[in-house]
Structures are given as structure tokens and as C-alpha cells.
Ligand binder design. Structure first.
Ligand code: HEC
Ligand code: HEC
Length: 335
């Protein structure tokens, strides 16, 4: 009896000792006395960081909110009316998603801006951005642009249009509305002295004035409908590549010979003749439009016949919308 009991105790003791040893060995790993690089550590797993390589939409698929836009068909039209509800929602979404970089006043001076070295966030109140079509801004938010990340995962399609409608309201800021009056009054200080001539004010409303003798085409004619349309610079890029590059070079850099012209080359559009460029996007578009609608023959050497600028509008070689798009593109080349 006593021997069997001591046998049982002995066995229990052995079991206990084995358990202790096993526990001790696991403790060595638990407290990293012996280190093993397990492959399942979170830090080395292929995790998706915020704003890093957002997943592209799978081809042939339509999101449940409906298609955001059709690829290769240019910028989409804004389907959301800019009513008070949309603008209010857009303002709130802007403050959540955009102010970190673009700043509360949208001038591009958010708290993150100082850390962006290569390219600063755009001033969304500037003419360069306000001249973009609604669809172009929508595409920037959806797909990103340069240093700007795509935000299609942060905002639904409807929310993106709300933000676009809000950004449109920023065009009434003093920086853009002040430009036309400032440029039309500053070059002509005489009206204040000779108050008799009241004509300049009425004429400056109907047609932008040729302030500092802007370059004009040799062919006559007024502006086309293009200047009243909203141009889309991204589709303008393609129109430019297909029609204008042979003479004006890629991105309008110029330098291509035009034998017989007094300049010797076709003019660069990037940078463009400074008298054509204008801080007011409407005047800038007007100056470009006259050349593109009616064409122009450059000054020539005696007896020579240089190549002329074709009359894209008058010949219906481009639609008015296409001219508006290419104008938006040329303006984007000359910030
Ligand atoms: C992480 C910073 C960041 C955030 C967040 C951000 N942007 Fe931008 N955005 C930029 C930068 C940088 C640029 C300039 C890009 C360039 O020129 O390469 C830019 C440019 C733009 C442009 C001008 C594009 C053009 O063609 O000139 C628009 C419009 C714009 N952002 C809208 C928005 C909107 C709307 C939001 C919020 C939904 C937003 N951005 C959020 C950094 C940001
Ligand atoms: C066959 C050659 C040719 C093609 C193609 C052409 N241009 Fe021109 N373009 C010219 C010439 C030549 C001038 C200079 C006219 C002058 O000085 O009177 C010019 C001038 C201009 C100007 C005025 C710039 C300046 O400095 O005087 C603009 C704007 C312009 N072209 C836009 C365009 C656009 C946009 C397209 C494409 C839709 C285009 N051009 C296609 C030959 C061409």
C-alpha cells in the first residue's frame, strides 16, 4: 500500500518536473531570451499604408455608386447641381479631406504644405485652378495629379462633386474678381483726369481691352464661341498633340524652323508671347482665341512665303469646344 502510494507520488513528481521544464522552455521564447523571427510580425507583413497605392478600379467593373467617369472620354460633366446643400456638404468634406494640404482658406498653405518639398499644394482660388472645368477638378481628386494623392477612396463619387461645387464658390474671392478691373484700369490712368470720356468703362465690359498692345493675328475677325465655354486642359493636351505639335513643338516649346518668316521659327507657346499672356484668364483666352479661330501669317523676309498659322475655327477644323480645351491647355502651360 505504502509502496504504491510512493510510486504514484514519484510519477507525479516526474510529470511535474517535465511540466516545469517545458514551461521554462516556452518562457525563454515568451520573454525573448531566445529570439526567433516569426514571419507573421505585423511590421514586416505586406500591409497597405494610408494613401499608399490605392487600389485601381478593376477593369470592366462599375462601382455601386454608378460609374464615376468613362476612361479616355475626357473629363465628365458635373451631374450634381450646385445648390446650398451640395455646397455646404462640399465645404465640410473639404475641411476634412483637403485643408491639411490646401489650407483652411484653400490658398495652398495647410499645415502639411511646408513638408511637401518638390511641389506645393495648389492655390485653389487662383485663376489656374478656377479655369479648370468641374470635370477636370473631379479627375484631380479622383486620380491625383503630380504630388497630389488620389482621394477616390476617401470620398464617394457624389461627395467629390460636392467638393467641386464648393471649390467653384471660391472663384468669387477677391483674387480673381479683382483681376479684370485692376488690369483694365491700371494701364490707362487718363480717365480720372479727363472725366469727359465715359466710353472705356462700357467697352471694357463687352470685350477685354488690348491693354499693352497684345499681339493680334494678321487675319481679321472677332472672338469665337470658344471663349464662353469651359475648357478642359486634359483633353486639350490630346488636341494639341494631334494638331499643333508639328509647328509649335511638344508642349509648345517652339524652336521648329519656319523658313522665310522674319523670326526664322514658329513661335513658342510655352512660354508664350508676354503680350498674349494675361493674369485675367478671360483676357488670356480671348487673346489666344483670335489666333486659333482666324489663323495668322507671320512677318516674312522680302519675297519669301513662310508657313501660316491655320484658321482652325473659320475652317471648322476644330469644334468650338475643342478650341476651348486647347486654350485651357495653353493657359496651363503658362502659369
Ligand atoms: C497630401 C496633400 C494633399 C491633399 C490631402 C489634397 N491635395 Fe490637392 N494638391 C496637393 C498638391 C501637392 C498639389 C499640386 C500638385 C502638383 O502640382 O504636382 C495639389 C493640387 C490640387 C489641385 C490643382 C490641380 C491642377 O491641375 O492644377 C486641385 C484642384 C486640388 N489639389 C484639389 C484638392 C481637393 C479638392 C482635395 C480634397 C478632396 C485635395 N486637393 C487634397 C496636395 C494635396
Ligand atoms: C502649320 C503650322 C502651324 C500649326 C499646325 C499651328 N500653328 Fe499656331 N502658329 C503658326 C504660326 C506661323 C504662327 C505665327 C503667326 C504670326 O506670327 O502671325 C502661329 C501662332 C500661334 C499663336 C500666337 C502665338 C504668338 O506668339 O504669336 C497661337 C496661340 C497658336 N499659334 C496656337 C496654335 C494652336 C492651338 C494650334 C493647334 C490647334 C496651332 N497653333 C497650330 C503655325 C502653326
Amino acid at each position: 500500500m505504502s509502496t504504491s502510494l510512493s510510486n504514484v507520488l514519484k510519477r507525479l513528481g516526474i510529470l511535474f518536473a517535465v511540466a516545469i521544464v517545458l514551461l521554462g522552455i516556452t518562457m525563454l521564447f515568451t520573454y525573448d531570451v531566445i529570439k526567433i523571427r516569426w514571419v507573421s510580425f505585423m511590421a514586416i507583413s505586406p500591409a497597405m499604408q494610408p494613401m499608399e497605392h490605392p487600389l485601381p478600379v478593376p477593369s470592366q467593373s462599375i462601382p455601386i455608386e454608378g460609374p464615376a467617369y468613362i476612361p479616355n472620354m475626357g473629363a465628365p460633366k458635373n451631374p450634381v447641381p450646385a445648390d446650398q446643400a451640395s455646397i455646404a456638404r462640399g465645404a465640410e468634406l473639404f475641411h476634412i479631406n483637403c485643408t491639411a494640404c490646401h489650407g483652411a482658406d484653400a490658398k495652398g498653405d495647410g499645415p502639411v504644405a511646408p513638408f511637401l518639398q518638390t511641389k506645393k499644394p495648389a492655390d485653389l482660388t487662383s485663376p489656374a485652378v478656377q479655369f479648370l472645368s468641374d470635370g477636370a477638378i473631379f479627375m484631380v481628386v479622383s486620380n491625383g495629379f503630380g504630388m497630389m494623392p488620389p482621394l477616390n477612396e476617401n470620398l464617394t463619387v457624389r461627395e467629390r462633386w460636392d467638393v467641386v461645387n464648393f471649390i467653384r464658390t471660391l472663384s468669387n474671392s477677391p483674387s480673381t474678381t479683382a483681376a479684370p478691373t485692376a488690369s483694365s484700369t491700371s494701364p490707362s490712368p487718363t480717365p480720372t483726369v479727363s472725366g469727359t470720356s465715359a466710353a472705356p468703362t462700357s467697352s471694357s465690359q463687352t470685350e477685354p481691352e488690348a491693354t499693352e498692345e497684345a499681339a493680334r493675328p494678321s487675319n481679321p475677325g472677332g472672338p469665337g464661341d470658344a471663349i464662353n465655354l469651359r475648357g478642359d486642359a486634359s483633353s486639350g493636351t490630346q488636341i494639341f498633340a494631334a494638331n499643333c505639335v508639328p509647328c509649335h513643338n511638344t508642349e509648345g516649346k517652339g524652336g521648329i524652323p519656319n523658313p522665310g518668316s522674319s523670326d526664322g521659327t514658329f513661335p513658342p507657346l510655352n512660354p508664350i508671347d508676354p503680350t498674349i499672356k494675361n493674369s485675367d484668364p478671360k483676357t488670356f483666352a480671348y487673346n489666344l482665341d483670335l489666333f486659333i479661330q482666324h489663323g495668322s501669317t507671320p512677318e516674312s523676309l522680302p519675297g519669301a512665303a513662310p508657313t501660316s498659322m491655320p484658321a482652325w475655327g473659320d475652317k471648322n477644323a476644330l469644334t468650338q469646344q475643342q478650341i476651348a480645351d486647347v486654350i485651357a491647355y495653353i493657359i496651363s502651360l503658362n502659369p
